[in-house]
Design a protein around this ligand. Structure first.
Ligand SMILES: Cc1cc2nc3c(=O)[nH]c(=O)nc-3n(C[C@H](O)[C@H](O)[C@H](O)COP(=O)(O)O)c2cc1C
Length: 355
């Protein structure tokens, strides 16, 4: 059932960038439903509230192919205000997980991408300079037809000075550069390292709030979504939503969940420092994404807020889409499953009950 992936893990990031997308994504042509779009996403009409989250769509060609294949809310991969190289290959490996990923599980990685599919991905959020990605993102955003919307994702890089003011300034600049491309929705990745500390940015509520305020000063009324990790602790999630839920238009959750990843002989699978633990995504993390969607929906109601909930994590079938929608997600996105199943959006449009 899985076909050739549109991003090929056997090739380097640059090879994918220059020659991809692959498989069915390589030769797409636009096809649209006859009826007008019935759904709304952050003020934009969409045929279906389904898309591909930040990451696998690494340049405009990938985004355009996703649009052609009916992924109506594709996110252009997370960019930065300056060039950042990619971690050494390999950047994607399959991991075998029995059922749900459990805390502190050690996984064995390989190249068997059969179902149920979970992978680890480790890129280090590479970026080209804005001179390259800005015109590319602009073209991809303009390619979306009525009924589709391209999201631009970005994150900041800690400046050499290490100062918080300069870090916030980089978020401001990133937001301005993404806005200039004409995207109709901006996403900031808060599930990245809180530069200068050992934790993720979204677990630092004060800093996250500063980041969102700085970005909003730049982008005004353009819709802003924040990407967050899985929160184990409900009190912390509650405090986060209380502080940020009223200031943003959408919360996208989850990102990957970190686990130790070894090869078949028990050695670190991904070469290089800091890569023993690596982010896991795909079917083994669906439980966490669905759980977050329902916790966010409950908090949104309790706090009388209006942010949209974008459910991410293992959403690889029409059933999973329905599960997310019933949990309270306004939109759903798939990275891992979509990479290996280019027809996923079409299948959801044909088979899902919660559209
Ligand atoms: C190849 C790949 C690259 C990714 N890169 C990013 C990224 O640059 N920024 C980001 O916020 N999330 C990134 N992610 C995480 C996804 O957006 C998503 O949160 C995660 O994979 C869980 O969804 P899934 O189970 O459908 O894969 C990436 C995921 C994959 C598979």
């Amino acid at each position: 059932m899985h076909s050739e992936p549109f991003y090929d893990p056997a090739k380097s990031y640059l090879d994918n960038f220059e020659h991809g997308p692959f498989g069915l994504f390589a030769n797409t042509s636009p096809s649209f439903p006859a009826e007008p779009p019935r759904h709304q996403f952050l003020g934009q009409p969409v045929f279906a509230p389904f898309g591909i989250p930040a990451g696998p769509l690494i340049n405009g060609r990938f985004v355009k192919a996703a649009l052609d294949m009916g992924f109506d809310i594709p996110v252009y991969k997370t960019v930065r205000t300056r060039r950042q190289p990619c971690h050494p290959w390999p950047n994607v490996l399959a991991v075998k997980v029995e059922g749900d990923l459990k805390p502190d599980q050690t996984l064995v990685a390989g190249t068997d991408y059969s179902e149920p599919l979970s992978i680890t991905n480790s890129f280090g959020v590479p970026s080209f300079d804005p001179d390259l990605w800005q015109p590319d993102m602009a073209e991809a955003a303009a390619y979306a037809r009525p009924g589709q919307v391209v999201v631009g994702s970005f994150q900041a890089t800690l400046p050499e000075s290490g100062s918080v003011a300069a870090y916030l300034q980089d978020f401001r600049l990133g937001a301005r550069l993404v806005k200039e491309t004409g995207v109709k929705v901006i996403e900031v990745n808060l599930s990245c390292p809180n530069e200068g500390t050992a934790n993720l940015l979204c677990f630092d509520i004060v800093r996250s709030r500063q980041v969102v305020e700085a970005i909003k000063e730049e982008i005004g009324s353009l819709p802003l979504m924040i990407k967050t990790a899985y929160y184990k602790d409900q009190t912390r999630l509650q405090a986060f939503v209380r502080e940020l839920g009223g200031a943003v238009d959408g919360i996208v959750s989850i990102n990957t969940i970190a686990a130790e990843v070894l090869d078949a002989s028990g050695h670190q699978a991904l070469p290089g420092e800091g890569r023993l633990r690596s982010g896991v995504c795909g079917s083994a993390v669906k439980w966490a994404g669905v759980e977050m969607a329902s916790r966010l929906a409950r908090l949104r109601a309790e706090l009388g807020m209006n942010f949209a909930i974008v459910g991410v994590g293992g959403a690889g079938s029409a059933e999973a889409f329905d599960e997310y929608r019933r949990a309270g997600a306004d939109a759903v996105m798939s990275a891992t499953a979509a990479m290996w199943n280019p027809r996923l959006a079409q299948q959801i449009k044909e088979q899902a009950h919660e559209l």
